[in-house]
Write a protein that binds this ligand. Structure first.
Ligand code: SF4
Ligand code: FE
Length: 486
């Protein structure tokens, strides 16, 4: 592997020049534009960590395809240890960035695709996996960032892809050529898209027989002709002006992942980059495996974020002189408890991992769904406690301009000070960090990323083995089990 570090990753993006729009204007350089640069820096941390001796074992591993050292974010899990190390890595990265570092989506796409292609080839003799391996070896050796592109716009949700009045509401093949296919459609909410090197397109849901043109998996360079991205707006993004470093809350990294629409306007995909084309019966399995991997992650990255939030609140309590109050300690304890509960389910679904026929390991899907379901709740409760402890000044704090003003700066410093000896600026910085982590766009990802809560509830009910549980209750009471009628 080219052991590129964070700076080299950032440099590698500059020559790509993908077509990205933000607030109606084209972005020339994602690494320097104030809207996208923080997200680039967060993703760069996934590269930088590999150079840190303390984390090398988590950040790097050995490719089962080449035997070479690779980034874990390009690895196909070969055992439970891999699954657990990934979780530990994500928590560390969450702690270092306090935001989404984006690279996990492509990683999960790689893992789900790899295992499903093996089973598809077994059934149809299609040979997709060998193609995919060739593509993957390049990703591993060059240490590229891949955006896993799954979520289609979906148009009228009551209709299947083939029945949409506008067929482009789901990505689909519009033309077949001897040397490849042409695709059209879009993917929404694409985390890390604008600073990735490649797009791994996958179907968004299980497809029926009539939707063959929609059952497509393929890899597309981010700057391929016909690919256009529109970067999403986030709360307080106007604060990203360089002069508002304090008010932005997290000056180095973004509030959330940095999501974009990716539109495919008749994009040509050569044959060697097509990994599924019409095998509708494997679409459900692919979505299911991808979702499970991604849901497992959330109890790790978000725990890292919540570690930072807990630390921020605790420090604020110290410099406000409230840290010894018993109710403060109790609320901080609750924050820690919720954090560690989130993390437990990430570890648990990894520890209960299992090998697919390809040898690639899957997480336990029930526990992964439980993990993500927790993430739709606990970060909100942790945020509530953080806001409670921080105090109302989170919402009334004067701006950085006033803090630095010659006329009124001395008033802000005087009246927003805390315990003696601590610069007021520190208290304001911490408050802005808490504000950024608890408000605006920040928590929405915990709710809807990796699937909205209802998506997990459907899986939890489906995998809940209710029949088995009913039999347990009956057996205990001596009610005959054999006479059961559903
Ligand atoms: Fe990774 Fe978490 Fe961001 Fe998903 S939300 S890409 S798991 S950091
Ligand atoms: Fe996400």
């Amino acid at each position: 592997m080219e052991l590129i570090n964070g700076a080299e990753y950032i440099e590698s993006l500059r020559s790509l020049n993908p077509k990205i729009y933000y607030k109606g204007k084209r972005i020339d350089d994602v690494t320097r534009h104030p809207a996208t640069a923080p997200h680039v820096r967060a993703a760069a941390m996934t590269y930088a960590l590999a150079s840190n001796e303390e984390y090398r074992d988590l950040a790097l591993t050995t490719s089962h395809l080449t035997g070479r050292t690779i980034s874990r974010f390009t690895h196909v899990h070969q055992g439970i240890e891999d699954l657990i190390k990934k979780i530990k890595l994500l928590r560390v990265l969450g702690q270092k960035t306090a935001t989404c570092f984006q690279r996990c989506v492509g990683h999960d796409g790689i893992n789900a695709t790899y295992s499903v292609l093996y089973e598809m080839d077994e059934k149809y003799g299609t040979g997709y996996l060998e193609r995919f391996k060739k593509w993957l070896i390049r990703i591993q050796d060059k240490n590229l960032m891949v955006v896993g592109a799954m979520t289609d716009p979906k148009g009228d949700r009551s209709r299947s892809p083939a029945d949409q009045p506008d067929p482009d509401q789901y990505v689909h093949v519009v033309e077949r050529r001897e040397d490849g296919v042409v695709i059209r459609g879009a993917k929404l909410h694409m985390t890390g898209a604008v600073n990735s090197h490649e797009i791994l397109v996958m179907p968004t849901s299980a497809m029926d027989e009539r939707s063959k043109d929609y059952a497509v998996v393929c890899a597309i360079p981010i700057n391929a002709p016909g690919v256009t991205m529109i970067f999403g707006r986030q709360a307080s993004d106007y604060r990203r002006d360089l002069r508002e470093r304090i008010d932005v809350g997290k000056p180095s990294f973004g509030a959330v992942g940095g999501e974009a629409v990716i539109a495919f306007e008749d994009v040509f995909v050569p044959t060697e980059r097509i990994f599924m084309d019409g095998e509708t019966d494997f679409t459900g399995m692919l979505v299911y495996r991808f979702a499970a991997h991604h849901r497992a992650n959330y109890g790790a990255c978000k725990t890292g974020l919540m570690d930072v939030l807990t630390g921020a609140v605790s420090y604020l309590a110290q410099i406000q002189g409230t840290s010894r109050a018993s109710h403060v300690k109790d609320k901080v304890t609750e924050m820690i408890h919720l954090c560690e509960t989130l993390y437990s389910s990430s570890i648990a679904c990894s520890a209960e991992g299992w090998p697919t026929p390809s040898g690639a390991y899957m997480v336990d899907t029930m526990l992964a769904n439980v993990c993500k379901q927790n993430v739709t709740r606990f970060p909100f409760e942790i945020a509530r406690l953080a806001v409670d402890l921080a105090g109302g000044f989170l919402a009334t704090l004067p701006s950085q301009y006033d803090l630095e003003s010659e006329e009124v700066g001395h008033l802000v410093k005087k009246y927003f000070s805390g315990v003696e000896g601590i610069p007021t600026e520190h208290r304001i910085k911490i408050a802005r960090l808490i504000e950024a982590m608890t408000g605006g766009t920040a928590l929405i990802e915990s709710m809807h990323g990796a699937g909205s809560p209802q998506a997990q509830r459907v899986m939890i009910f489906r995998e809940g083995e209710l029949d088995k549980k009913i039999r347990l209750a009956k057996a205990l009471l001596g009610i005959p089990v054999r006479q059961d009628k559903k």
